[in-house]
Every structure is written in C-alpha cells, then in structure tokens.
Ligand binder design. Sequence first.
Ligand code: ATP
Ligand code: MG
Length: 283
Amino acid sequence: MKTLKIAIQKSGRLNEKSVELLKNCGLNFENYKSSLISPVSNFPLEILFLRDDDIPEYVQDGIADLGIVGENVIEETEVEVNYLQRLGFGKCSLKIAVPNNNTINELSQLNGRSIATTYPVILGKFLKAQGIQSDIRTISGSVEISPGLGLADAICDLVSTGGTLKSNGLIPFADVMSSEAILICNNKNGDSELIKELVQRIQSVLRAKETKYVVLNVPKDNLPAIIALLPGVKSPSVVPLAESDWVAVHTVIPERDFWDRISQLKQAGAQGIVVMPIEKIIL
Ligand code: ATP
Ligand code: MG
C-alpha cells in the first residue's frame, strides 16, 4: 500500500495544534523537533515538518499528498490544491492598519499611499477589486514597525487579538481576508481511500471538540420540558435512577450555546449536572 505524506509546520503557531489533531486521530508518531520526517507506526503515513511557506507548493507538486497550513499562505502562493477540511484553529484576519494618530478613515484615502506587507498578492487583489491604487511595499517581517520608521503610511498584516497592533500605535482599518488552518490535498488524489479514511478521522475529532457530553438528573414530571430543550445527536438517553420518580438524562450539547442551555435546563428542574469532554464522534 502506498504511504501518504502529510506536511505540517515544523515550528510556529500551527505546529502544536497540527500535531495534537493528528495524535487525537489515533496516529502514533515521534515529534522530534530535529527531524524533518517522522513515520507513523500505525497508519501508512509519514509526517513532513516544513516551513509553512513551503507547504502549499509541496502539496501542489505532489511531494506531499496532504498539508495543514493557513488559508492566507495558500492564497498568497496562488497554488492549485484541493481544500479538504477547515480545521478551526490558527484563526486570524489579514487587516490593513494605520497609525492611530492618522486621519485615514476610508479606503479611498489609501490611494497613492504606501502599504507595507508580507502578503503582496492578497493585498494587490483586494486593492484592485476596490479600485484603489496604493504603493505595496513587500517586506519579509516586522511589518508593524514600518509606519513608525517612515517606511509606509499603512500596513497589511495578520491579526488575531490585535495586541501587537495596539502596542505599535496602530488601529485596524479594513478587513482583507479571514483565515484559519486548512487541510489541503494534491488535486489528483482527493478520492484516495486512505485520504478519505484520514479525513473521516479528522472530522470525528473536530465534531467532538464542538460538543460536550452532559448527564443530568431530573424529576420524571419535568422530563418533557427538559427533552424539549435538548438537541442531542439523536434523542437523549433516559436512564432510571434508584429513586423511582427521578431519571438521569444523557445527551450531547453544542459548545457554542452551552451556558445558555445549562441555565435553561436548571430552570426546568435539572440537578447534579455533569459535563464531560468528548474524544470522538463517529457518524
Ligand atoms: P514559518 O517559520 O513556518 O515560516 P511563520 O513565522 O511564517 O512560520 P507563524 O507566525 O508561525 O508563521 O504563523 C503561522 C500561521 O498561523 C499564519 O500563516 C496564520 O495562518 C496563523 N496565525 C494565526 N494567528 C496569527 C497571528 N496573530 N499572526 C500571524 N499568524 C497567525
Ligand atoms: Mg512562514
């Protein structure tokens, strides 16, 4: 059987979460910082640890079959690859920011101004679509200090919390793109059985992350009101308790509206609520 190769970031913001995701899929491999390639002992897969900038091209050229990389890097390198799965981590936005003492407050005011960035391709397309002509200054790092040095009037850089911008006296001004880590594959091999198996494992881990397993005790009379509040994977399981007019309800609740649901359940008579993380959900 052919051994697949998946390229992930060697070190940096996506490394830890990429390794964690693959380990949660039950893949067994050593994560030596010094090695470039690590075989998986229980799946026909090898892990390549690379600079993130190189991942899209490695996948496009078939040197790696799969890759985990930020959408921003894929767009900037303009490669032809298949998007298999959005992974929900490494979330950030590419934003244009200006010094906070600046009078620029609409996009058209960027006409004729200079913007420093490490993302000239994405920024160029964005400005063209907006009909704006700016001078794009491509630099390789520390973009946020360029207005202070007099190198540019504005910057276009990745932002997650906005802390770096703020500490450099910059305010975000326009959103160029939002990004997260994506699982990509080479255009030719998206329907390989091994890739499908791996994607299914990844999806079962992601699904589990979005949900919690909840067990709660309810007086039997309150059961219809409680069940009406529960979405569940199918319908909730109801288990009898030693005390005959009480039951335990087992269900799965989406993480995003978790606290709202819990307070509604308490109001409807639920007690002794136990919440547990879920490892995998296989549909
Ligand atoms: P490499 O050494 O692999 O080239 P890098 O320095 O280019 O790494 P990192 O800073 O580790 O890259 O960021 C990797 C990815 O993490 C980015 O391309 C982006 O998709 C994502 N990311 C999430 N939040 C941020 C942020 N605040 N700033 C930069 N990147 C972010
Ligand atoms: Mg990089």
